[in-house]
Design a protein around this ligand. Structure first.
Ligand code: KPL
Length: 307
């Protein structure tokens, strides 16, 4: 099997490692020729997991390469999905398998609409992961935990897993209905990420003051209301308990949103809290705390206001 990976961030690189370990060919599609030159000069991807270190040998290319794409993993930031896919669209085989593995919601439907008309035989999956990884530099990846990955079909097709994924040596769960899993990840991201930006703190510090705890609880109650009205059951326990447990267990982490903002990048606020607020509007539900966070983050991050 030959998998192409769009998005050479931490998750894209982590999957390059997982897939090459099963003996599959992997091509990382880099943004442009200057990223390609940088990678070529700096050798293979190095993966550090605990005390172990190994090299991952994958092919490198840019979107304008000519090799047809039969198996594609999209691990870009959620807001880049359509633009990144447009750049490789002409290379997609008519029956290509595509997996979207990203934070946030809203992009899945857009991809489905865009691609299905042109290639009705495409097979599309959405996946969500709790794996933890970060890039020390472009080619040095630290894998903190393999987490759990859930995957489910967005198009009407069999089989349950994309080709070769049954060989992945990671906790991987095939789901008939991926929507509740995407919502669960979204709910946790709504409860933690914007608050870490608002208070400029690590995940665990959200549990350190009464003000932060109360704000997290209010966010959670609003998210739960919207999810319930959308027909989604989140967790067996209240979201505020689950979110507090995740903030605690990832206490030392900087959330992905805070990392983006500190590094002067656009954040995924629109695909996280923005999506939640859109759903709330459609369902006629007031979500004042989430709304305020959405506006506060747009206002504090020029990269988010420019869009
Ligand atoms: O997924 C995360 C993120 O940072 O995006 C959480 C769960 C908040 C862990 O840091």
């Amino acid at each position: 099997m030959h998998w192409h990976i769009l998005g050479a961030g931490a998750i894209g690189c982590l999957w390059a490692d997982f897939l090459t370990r099963t003996g599959q060919d992997v091509s990382l599609i880099l943004r442009n020729h200057s990223s390609l030159a940088h990678w070529a000069e700096n050798g293979p991807l190095e993966v550090y997991a605990g005390q172990n270190r190994h090299s991952v040998h994958c092919r490198l290319e840019t979107p304008d390469a000519e090799v047809p794409i039969g198996h594609l993993l999209v691990a870009t930031k959620a807001y880049d999905t359509l633009t990144a896919m447009e750049a490789i669209q002409s290379r997609l085989a008519p029956e290509a398998e595509i997996v979207l593995l990203q934070n946030g919601m809203g992009q899945h439907e857009k991809v489905l609409q865009r691609l299905q008309q042109q290639r009705p035989k495409l097979r599309l999956w959405a996946a969500t992961t709790t794996a933890g990884a970060w890039l020390e530099n472009r080619q040095r990846l630290h894998c903190v935990s393999q987490g759990d990955t859930h995957i489910g079909p967005l198009t009407d097709h069999t089989p349950a897993l994309p080709s070769g994924w049954d060989q992945l040596d990671i906790p991987l769960h095939a789901c008939a209905d991926i929507a509740p899993l995407l919502w669960r990840k979204l709910a946790i991201n709504c409860a933690i990420n914007p608050l870490t930006v608002r208070f400029n703190c690590r995940n665990g510090a959200l549990l350190e003051t009464a003000e932060r705890i109360e704000m997290m609880q209010r966010v959670c109650r609003e998210v739960e209301q919207v999810a319930t009205a959308a027909g989604i059951t989140l967790f067996p326990e209240p979201l505020e308990e689950r979110a507090a447990a995740v903030a605690q267990s990832t206490g030392n982490n900087l959330s992905s949103m805070l990392q983006d903002i500190r590094n002067g990048r656009r954040s995924e606020i629109e695909q996280i809290t923005g999506f939640l607020c859109q759903q709330a509007r459609a369902l006629n539900i007031d979500v004042p705390v989430n709304h305020a966070l959405l506006h506060a983050i747009r206002a504090m991050n020029p990269q988010d206001t420019d869009q």
